[in-house]
Ligand binder design. Structure first.
Ligand SMILES: [Zn+2]
Length: 354
């Protein structure tokens, strides 16, 4: 006959074997959102008050019915890059956690102050870009503290991250992704496969991004320098939300989810993209009125006229020419021009390998 004590020890002996079969992640929590397996939870990441006000960053956690990788998709670091924001809004309602393997963490609007006040490029609270201060600082201004919260709660807890952007209010931009070369071959192959699965037809090779996790600056680099294959993609431009731009980003994320085996194979063929090996920025040398002579995506040769800058009485101050032969990745969408503003980014195409 087994005594109660003996019975207990039998159970204890069995226990290590039982743990293996148990779910290591029966739920997943980000900020105030806790989702059980097969569920979606909505909540916020709280940015505490400091030298300036605190605020809440909305977050959705879709915890798949089956285990798998954790993919974070973040947009709205620039709160007026609307197509990317609307793409993540759509993913919140269109991905079914019951059909998911792994976990999807969705943050549609990092820069709530920019979104609410319709201010491009920066967080109007402290005038900082919300994609330049990673990994953040708990004792800094609002952007630093928000970046710190995202690093701790999202970057450090995901396996992969996609940072979505687009043409801001003043950027007439053609869609493209960035692929960061870290020098770690295995990681670079993994991130390259993710960018290809995302499917945008132009990819900028970023070989000069920060390598120090404590000075990552960009969100994607905060993830990449922490060993997580990640990338950035941009679609949409200068204000209006166009359905095909949103669809491009939604389908891109779905392509990556299928590639990571979070969902069944997508079956979409991967087309050979155009690889951009260098981006040359043309910055305004003076205030004035900018009048473009090319559209986004134009192929330009070195010396070709891209636009003119005039004064407020339409007297020409400067002719803007292409500094090199390449593709207009984006051209300024608005006439308002201040010294230092970006007039255009020209992408130099990597020659096809023989
Ligand atoms: Zn952006």
């Amino acid at each position: 006959m087994l005594t109660r004590a003996a019975l207990t020890s039998v159970v204890l002996l069995l226990a290590p074997g039982l743990v293996v079969a148990q779910d290591a992640r029966p739920s997943f929590t980000v900020g105030t959102a806790t989702a059980a397996r097969g569920q979606k939870a909505l909540g916020v990441l709280t940015v505490p008050a400091g030298s300036d006000a605190g605020y809440d960053i909305p977050v959705a956690v879709l915890h798949g019915a089956k285990p798998g990788p954790v993919l974070a998709v973040v947009s709205g670091a620039h709160g007026t890059e609307y197509a990317s924001i609307m793409a993540v809004e759509r993913l919140i309602n269109s991905v079914n956690p019951r059909e998911l393997s792994g976990t999807l963490v969705l943050i549609p609007i990092v820069n709530i102050p920019s979104f609410e006040k319709i201010v491009p490029h920066v967080n109007p609270t402290d005038n900082k870009s919300m994609n330049r201060f990673y990994p953040g600082d708990p004792n800094g201004t609002q952007t630093d503290r928000a970046s710190y919260v995202i690093t701790k709660e999202v970057v450090e807890r995901c396996d992969h991250l996609i940072d979505l952007h687009g043409g801001d209010l003043d950027e007439n931009l053609r869609p493209y992704s960035y692929w960061t070369v870290t020098g770690n071959q295995k990681q670079d192959e993994a991130s390259r496969a993710m960018v290809l699965a995302f499917g945008l037809d132009h990819i900028i090779i970023s070989a000069d991004r920060p390598k120090d996790p404590n000075a990552a600056r960009y969100l994607e680099n905060a993830a990449s320098t922490r060993g997580k294959p990640s990338f950035t993609a941009e679609a949409g431009r200068s204000g209006p939300v166009q359905a095909h731009d949103v669809a491009m980003l939604v389908n891109g994320v779905r392509g990556v989810m299928a590639h990571l085996k979070m969902t069944p194979p997508a079956g979409t063929p991967v087309h050979a993209p155009v690889w951009i090996e260098k981006v040359v920025t043309i910055a305004a040398e003076q205030d004035g009125v900018f009048q473009p002579l090319v559209d986004r995506d134009a192929r330009v040769v070195k010396g070709a006229k891209i636009g003119v800058v005039t004064d407020y009485l339409n007297r020409q101050l400067q002719e803007i020419v292409a500094p090199d032969t390449g593709i207009i990745l984006f051209v300024r969408a608005l006439p308002s021009l201040k010294k230092g503003d970006t007039i255009a980014n020209v992408g130099l195409v990597r020659p096809a390998k023989k």
